[in-house]
Design a protein around this ligand. Structure first.
Ligand SMILES: O=C(O)CCC(=O)C(=O)O
Length: 379
């Protein structure tokens, strides 16, 4: 079977190292097992995507009809002045509706964000064997994992993305184990972003009527991971996706995207001045801004008041795209459940108590499927 229905070769040049892309097993071994990734495959010079990457119609992104989310970035500097209350209101409203917002004046130097994006290109621009040392099960450190797609063994169609995940334990281990091409930039980005994450958590918890204290916030963001995503150019962007529909499982995600675009969020309900329930909107790249999104953990503890955002990523045929999310999550042993005062006020808890490790295992053991992950905790 071929990508676009016709027979023949996928590869227009450089065939000496090419696997047979008409053969699903050969393709899977090359891209996933051998660690060539989508980039290694795309570098062969594909004229069309292999069948394993063709999404069902309902998963494809109708880019022509998707609107841009026009909400302006929130200026965090204004939290310090007269407009404090209005800015808090903007943040909490975004958390209660779209689950996504962008921020500027976040205190992470814009120059650092630029260096970080360059570092991502440096890492993924290496020869496949340099990256493949970090493959699952082979990586010299449990803190670092390189891979492709999200759950390749489980997915009906593979995602057009390579990634490297770096778990944070402490600075020394990060500098010792994270890949040398990006470790300094990634660590600096994480540490500088965490000030903002704490501040946002304080505001969001405060809005739930919880007096923010450090230990409560630590419990919700104790586990931190920086991912670097690389989306190679794709010959058939209309047929593929970079990341399938999902919500993040943690508390807050911070994300830098480059200028290519392609991040879409779904409206869970009608939102005044934004759009209609069920609509997908693109979160436009804003130079120097960070994207923040609410994860399932905040939806659970707020008893559904905050909305984890269902989102996905498209592909493009013009330029490769990079993004760098920081996932902040509860520690694996942490138990999460709706805050008792909210459950009481709402006439019952909408989610059961879950040990975060179990939530994570369920998340990673399934292919992306929108907000289905949240069902694991639903009562
Ligand atoms: O690349 C992006 O903009 C989003 C990435 C994402 O959703 C993820 O890595 O889970």
């Amino acid at each position: 079977m071929t990508a676009t229905g016709g027979g023949g070769s996928y590869i227009s040049h450089n065939t000496s190292m090419a696997p047979s892309l008409d053969d699903d097993n050969s393709l899977f071994n090359f891209v996933v097992q051998d660690g060539y990734g989508v980039k290694g495959m795309a570098d062969l010079g594909l004229s069309k995507v292999p069948a394993r990457y063709i999404q069902q119609q309902k998963e494809r992104i109708d880019k022509k009809n998707a609107r841009m989310c026009v909400l302006p970035a929130i200026d965090l500097l204004k939290l310090e002045g007269d407009e404090h209350d209005r800015v808090v209101e903007e943040i909490t409203r975004a958390a209660e509706t779209l689950g996504f917002f962008q921020v500027v004046n976040h205190n992470v130097p814009v120059k650092l964000l630029e260096k970080l994006k360059d570092a991502v290109h440096l890492f993924f621009g290496q020869a496949p064997e340099e990256k493949a040392v970090y493959r699952k099960g082979l990586s010299p450190s449990p803190l670092v994992q390189y891979g492709t797609s999200f759950a390749p063994e489980k997915e009906k169609a593979l995602e057009w993305k390579d990634y490297v995940s770096m778990i944070y334990t402490n600075d020394a281990e990060a500098l010792q184990h994270w890949p040398k091409e990006c470790k300094e930039e990634a660590l600096e980005y994480l540490k500088m972003s965490l000030h903002m994450v704490r501040k946002l958590m304080e505001l969001l918890m405060g809005n739930l009527g919880v007096k923010p204290d450090d230990s409560k916030i630590d419990a919700l963001i104790g586990f931190k991971m920086v991912n670097m995503n690389f989306y190679p150019t794709c010959p058939n962007p209309e047929l593929t996706i970079g990341v399938g529909r999902h919500s993040d499982m943690g508390a807050l995600t911070v994300l830098v995207q480059d200028g290519i675009g392609g991040l879409y969020v779904k409206l869970e309900e009608d939102i005044e001045d934004v759009g209609k329930k069920g609509e997908w909107m693109e979160i436009p790249p804003i130079q120097g801004a960070l994207v923040i999104n609410i994860g399932d953990t905040l939806q659970i503890i707020s008893n559904g008041k905050y909305k984890s955002a269902e989102h996905r990523v498209g592909t493009t045929s013009t330029k490769s795209r990079v993004s760098i999310p920081i996932f902040t999550m509860p520690n694996p042993t942490e138990k999460i459940k709706p805050l008792p005062q909210l459950a009481e006020r709402d006439g019952g808890a909408r989610f059961r108590e879950v040990v975060f490790q179990d939530y994570m295992s369920n998340f990673f053991n399934n292919a992306h499927e929108g907000k289905k992950s949240l069902q694991f905790a639903q009562v």
